[in-house]
Design a protein around this ligand. Structure first.
Ligand code: Z5A
Length: 210
C-alpha cells in the first residue's frame, strides 16, 4: 500500500488555491493515486456548519480569538473524521487551506500573538501538520481582482482593507521562511498550468522522499 500524504494549499484570496487543488487531484489520480480533495473551514458536515458561522455576516461579527476557536473546532472534526483516516488508508489528502491560515488571518492580520495560536494548535492537534504546504504567493491586488467578479461571493474576509491582505501575505512568507522543509512557494501570477506543473513536481519529490 502506498504511504498517505497530507498536503495543504495556502495563500491569500484569489491566489488560485482551488484551481490548483483540482489540477493536482486530476494529475495525481492519473498517477494512480487515491486522492481526497477537501477544504477549510469545512470538510465534514459539522465543520461546514461552522464554516457558515465564519464566512457569513458582518465583518466585525466575531473577535479574532472567537474566530480562531471556531476554526480549530472545525479543524479537529476535519482531521479526526476525514484527514487522518484517509492518510491511514494510503490516500493523498489535499486541503484547500489549513492551520497556517489561522496564523495569517487571526494571528498576523487579526492581532493574536502567533505563540498563543501555536499553543492552541498543540492543545487541539498536538504536532499534527501537513507533510507539504504549497504557498501560492501573489500581490493582494491581483488576487482580489480575480475574486471580485465571482457570483455568490462570501464577503466577510474579502471586504477587509488592503493593509489586512498585505499583513496576510507577509505572514505566509515568514511562515514559509521559518519552515523551509515543509513549505514550497509558488508564484501565483504565473499561468495556472505553470503553477500546477511546479506544484506537481514538488509533490512527486515529496512522495519520492517519503
Ligand atoms: N480563514 C481564516 O480566516 N482562518 C482559517 O484558519 C481558515 C480560513 C482555514 C475562507 O474563504 C475564508 O476563511 C478565507 C480565509 C478564512 N478568507 N477569504 N476569503 P474561502 O475558502 O471561500 O476563500 P479563499 O480560500 O480565499 O479562496 P478563494 O477566494 O476562492 O481563492 P482561491 O481558491 O485561492 O482562488 P481560485 O478560486 O482558484 O481562483 C480565483 C479566480 O482566479 C478564478 O476565477 C480562477 O479561474 C482564477 N485563477 C486561478 N489561478 C489563476 C492563474 N494562475 N492565473 C489567472 N487566473 C487564475
Amino acid at each position: 500500500m502506498p504511504k498517505g500524504l497530507f498536503i495543504s494549499l495556502e495563500g491569500g484570496e484569489g491566489a488560485g488555491k482551488s484551481t490548483l487543488a483540482r489540477a493536482l487531484q486530476t494529475a495525481l489520480i492519473a498517477h494512480g493515486r487515491d486522492v481526497v480533495l477537501t477544504r477549510e473551514p469545512g470538510g465534514t458536515p459539522g465543520a461546514e456548519q461552522i464554516r457558515d458561522l465564519l464566512v457569513k455576516g458582518d465583518t466585525e461579527r466575531w473577535s479574532a480569538m472567537t474566530e480562531a476557536l471556531l476554526f480549530y473546532a472545525a479543524r479537529v472534526d476535519h482531521v479526526e473524521k476525514v484527514i487522518q483516516p484517509a492518510i491511514g488508508r494510503g490516500a493523498i489528502v489535499i486541503s484547500d487551506r489549513f492551520a497556517d491560515s489561522t496564523m495569517a488571518y487571526q494571528g498576523a492580520a487579526g492581532g493574536i500573538e502567533l505563540a498563543r495560536l501555536k499553543a492552541l494548535h498543540r492543545l487541539a492537534l498536538g504536532d499534527f501538520q501537513p507533510a507539504l504546504t504549497l504557498l501560492i504567493d501573489i500581490p493582494p491586488e491581483t488576487g482580489l481582482a480575480r475574486t471580485r467578479d465571482r457570483l455568490g461571493l462570501e464577503v466577510r474576509f474579502e471586504s477587509k482593507a488592503l493593509a489586512f491582505h498585505e499583513r496576510l501575505r507577509n505572514c505566509f512568507r515568514q511562515l514559509a521562511a521559518d519552515e523551509p522543509d515543509r513549505f514550497v512557494t509558488l508564484k501565483g501570477e504565473d499561468d495556472a498550468d505553470k503553477v500546477a506543473a511546479r506544484a506537481l513536481s514538488a509533490v512527486m519529490d515529496r512522495l519520492n522522499d517519503e
